[in-house]
Design a protein around this ligand. Structure first.
Ligand SMILES: [Zn+2]
Ligand SMILES: [Zn+2]
Ligand SMILES: [Zn+2]
Length: 276
């Protein structure tokens, strides 16, 4: 299974849109053209060739600079309806007159009730020949082509049902876990008996102290890894990847790699591809 990270920044991106903190100024002034791994757009991640997790407000840039071809995407799996993960207005461009290829593509969107409601608000029902919407709930297992996917509770926004996802294909298993704080007990219980080839974790607070309940930092990522190893949900071959970094702690790629690699973690950057 291939994982392609198009965006690895938190909600405001890195450098943050309005921010003049020393980290953001340093990144902006060092690379005015954006050509640095320290620039981090908002989240979208492709699995193999035709499944996208989250639909970022930066999806146009992912197409322009990252090589993302949305015509390839058959399935969109949405973790939650926060702005940095879900930009439904852009999805309306899948249908004519915005898309005029000989046969405009179709896509099925899987997401929580808030995702479905946001799609209703932007008029998705009018383009239901192109955009199919499927509500999913926590603990539900569903299929998307030859993927088998299971939604599990995240520790994130209590006003909507935020999902982590187990994604299975061709005997490979991925746990995609952001946005979330340290997992809730009922999620740990549901993970018993699973074994993962890859684990992608929320590392919003980078290697600094965690100051959110609903996001993690690297210390929490290590706790997750330890627990997964001790419960045989992971082993020495499991690829652990940290992502979704916030500007506040200065997510400089070189420094993150130094800090994380010794603990067997990859630090994701925009454009990174991993094989699990
Ligand atoms: Zn986020
Ligand atoms: Zn900043
Ligand atoms: Zn969020």
């Amino acid at each position: 299974m291939k994982i392609h990270f198009y965006g690895t920044g938190a909600s405001e991106g890195v450098p943050a849109t309005f921010c003049n903190c020393k980290n953001c100024v340093k990144i902006r002034t060092a690379h005015r053209d954006g050509s640095s791994k320290n620039f981090r757009s908002r989240t979208s991640t492709k699995i193999d060739s035709n499944l996208l997790i989250d639909f970022s407000p930066d999806v146009f840039d992912h197409m322009r600079y990252g090589g993302l071809d949305l015509n390839d995407i058959d399935y969109l799996v949405v973790t939650h309806a926060h702005m940095d993960h879900f930009y439904p207005e852009e999805l309306m461009h899948i249908a004519p007159p915005y898309s005029m290829s000989p046969i405009p593509g179709e896509m099925t969107v899987f997401g929580n009730e808030t995702v479905c409601e946001r799609l209703r608000q932007v008029g998705a029902e009018k383009i239901s020949d192109y955009l199919h919407v499927r509500r999913v709930s926590n603990f539900e297992e569903f299929t998307a082509g030859d993927y088998t996917i299971k939604a599990l509770p995240a520790n994130h926004d209590r006003t909507q049902e935020c999902h982590l996802y187990i994604i299975r294909r061709n005997g490979r298993n991925l746990l995609y876990a952001h946005d979330t704080g340290y997992f809730p007990d009922r999620t740990w219980q549901a993970l018993e008996g699973e074994r993962f080839d890859g684990v992608v974790l929320d590392c919003t607070c980078c290697n600094g102290p965690t100051y959110f309940d609903n996001h993690m930092g690297f210390e929490d990522n290590l706790r997750v890894k330890e627990r997964m190893l001790s419960r045989h949900m992971a082993d020495e071959n499991t690829v652990f990847i940290a992502t979704h970094f916030v500007h506040t702690y200065g997510p400089f790629q070189e420094e993150l790699e130094k800090a994380f690699h010794v603990h067997g973690f990859l630090a994701a950057y925009d454009g990174m591809e991993a094989d699990i």
